[in-house]
Design a protein around this ligand. Sequence first.
Ligand SMILES: [Cu+2]
Length: 437
Amino acid sequence: MWSYGGSVPGLTFETRNGQGVLVEWVNELPSSHFLPIDHSLHGAEKDKPEVRGVVHLHGGKTPPESDGYPEDWYVSGHSRTYYYPNRQDPALLWYHDHAMGINRLNIYAGLLGLWVIRDSVEDALHLPQGKYEIPLVLMDRDLRPDGQLSYPVSADPDRPWVPEAFGEAHLVNGKLFPYLDVEPRKYRFRILNGANGRFYWLSISEGAEMVQIGSDQGLLQAPVAVKHLHLAPGERADLIVDFAPHRGQQLTLQSEALELVQFRVAATPTPDPSLLPATLRPVPRIPESRAVKTRRLTLDEQMNMVAESMGMLLNKTPWHMPITEKPVLNSTEIWEFVNLTDDVHPIHLHLVRFQVLDRRRFDAFEFMTTGNLRYVGPPLAPDANELGWKDTVRVNPKTVTRIIVPFAGFAGRYVWHCHILEHEDNEMMRPYEILPA
Ligand SMILES: [Cu+2]
């Protein structure tokens, strides 16, 4: 695998709110790629070097010159020094490659890692910490019989891109079905879906209760008990699991029938000084009236003559077209994603955090033929565990999903995209620009 700092997932950054960090990201990768590049994709043409990289901190409130713009890639023997202010609420972020046209291959190769931000407010909650706080990075990979990574290809050798890549090897922190010896007490699990395209539907066997305390951009206002947890690529969840009722048992974290990690609970009781407070951190809902603009943005799929996917688009506009989304710094906008495809797309905006307003079914055929947006159901409020600050939102098929976004932080050029990496690499990504106030 390729890695940041010698391990997959890469080294975890432990940081504090307001404590800026400079990182020199040095590219020491080999000069040829070991996974199948599709030179027909924009940004991955034959005149580009095979191996290129650029690092993006997902969820980071990062100045534009350090955000890892997809075209800011560089080759082996070079480095970039990026500045991360960490002036944002405590959260589990993650860093990964973002190089134009080969991002899916670089991340699949192993270029991802975690970035934790903490602060004194979170410390004062006395959540489980130290060895009782465990990150779980979920991803799937396919392996050849010799143990090497295998990435799927299409039937066309000139266009090997595939619309989705799934693997049969389900990895947690880079290991196949690992186990963890746990004490019968509360644990905090910081979970990332780091897969290219797999969605997880998580639960724990023996009816063990999961209590969600945080999502992408930090703590929820209050804990939410969840039986199942839906996690799209790029999404994070912060969970408390109390093993006290399960002394001597073996529990499994699973996604439907897939076994991901086993918890072996010790039989002897143990003291548990950690807390699960009834309230965590205020998350005031942003009133819709604060939005100065509403943008309607479609999610589109292009099919060829035999109904094979040729790729997805945002607002029917490929990457190279001029920037169309230019919110003003410190203004708030509503973005409504009109999903005309049959897939769920996790849509991620760089730099900002946002709140999910609602989801509503509409008549996609009527919209595509007449342009008229006719709803066929009531607006559905987000689930309780989606009421915190988010940076990635699941946009369901034939549904309008609305988010409200304060564009805070920095003026400059960023991107927004689908976090199914195969989609992102094939035009389901657009630049946007925040104009100075
Ligand atoms: Cu997508």
